[in-house]
Design a protein around this ligand. Sequence first.
Ligand SMILES: NC(=O)c1ccc[n+]([C@@H]2O[C@H](COP(=O)([O-])OP(=O)(O)OC[C@H]3O[C@@H](n4cnc5c(N)ncnc54)[C@H](O)[C@@H]3O)[C@@H](O)[C@H]2O)c1
Ligand SMILES: [Zn+2]
Ligand SMILES: [Zn+2]
Length: 364
Amino acid sequence: MKIKAALIREKSGRFDIAEVELGELRDDEVLVRVVGVGVCHTDLVCRDQLYPVHFPAVFGHEGSGVVERVGSRVTKVVPGDHVVMTFRSCGRCPACKRGDPTHCANIFGSNFAGVRADGSCTIHHHGEPVFANFFNQSSFAAYALSHEANTVKVSKDAPLDYLGPLGCGIQTGAGAVLNTLKPSAGSSIAVFGCGSVGLAAVMAAKVVGCTTIVAVDPQESRRALASELGATHVVDPAEGGSVERIQAIGGSGVDFSLECTGIPAVLRQAVDCLTVPGVCGLIGAAPLGTEVSLDMNSIMFGRTVLGIIEGQSVPDLFIPTLVELHRQGLLPIEKIITFYPLDQIDQAVRDSECGRVVKAVLRP
Ligand SMILES: NC(=O)c1ccc[n+]([C@@H]2O[C@H](COP(=O)([O-])OP(=O)(O)OC[C@H]3O[C@@H](n4cnc5c(N)ncnc54)[C@H](O)[C@@H]3O)[C@@H](O)[C@H]2O)c1
Ligand SMILES: [Zn+2]
Ligand SMILES: [Zn+2]
């Protein structure tokens, strides 16, 4: 079918709204009419080719929508269901068999290959193949072909157009706290970077009863939002001495920290501000090959650096949990979301990049 999609034609280029050809639905796929799709920093990482993608491309991996049609072998959803599309795991590797999809051995290829596992292409433009199937959805479009495995059914009572970011950014930040770090009530955490990922972590830290939540971000508006969402302290890194200031707030340092910027120097600070023992979760995506220097002795005495993908979530369980937390008012994602029509994707991206909005959600 012919659909409207936001096409990127070259590295760091503008989005071009074009009519493209969406391929035939396979037996194990779901055709979703996209209702909302968040712009995630990872879309821009790929636009800028920091990960190996090629062009033209259709990104978008935080889609929510309504199921229009399902393939003959799909049992999870039926037409009319409300769904969130999330990351794909292979379902076959040891980690997937253990029920641990974010450690899937094939997670990179499953989400960033640009084609299905069999090499086929889901989107063509003027007969030419497009780098698509991004996170098995390419949802910067009016419709998406999603694999059954990464399609999560959600309650029809929830506001569907807000839910797309639960598939990546919100799941990533909230899951890092709720699924990975699991701080006990009364513990302390510092969150570096208050984009949607970091702010979701702040909200989750409040949910589990962290009594010291330090939010670090150079943007005043984001620090203010972090305070509104549960941060007990804010730090402006531009003032210098972030590590010492956080150590002072936490007594001897904080129990947990999260690196949500992708900047090596920030990872160093996130490790250095920990108490002993302390755990730093690494979430921010840096260009492939990026290295960081750490003080070996500081680690040896009992600090841990832990990489966390997609909040170590089992999406079929965790996304409905996030929807319920939202329903109960504990995850007020509407405070960080700004809507744009799909046609205004360039504006949405500009506003995200300059920090004017936290989470832009496009409504095709
Ligand atoms: N690991 C995963 O599974 C996963 C999933 C989603 C996103 N990500 C990555 O997580 C990161 C955060 O995503 P996002 O959508 O929230 O991005 P974002 O760009 O909206 O947020 C980053 C924030 O970091 C702040 N910042 C910049 N310099 C800083 C500094 N020196 N100290 C503290 N804060 C600083 C910025 O002001 C901004 O608010 C990105 O790198 C993204 O690619 C990783
Ligand atoms: Zn796997
Ligand atoms: Zn993402």
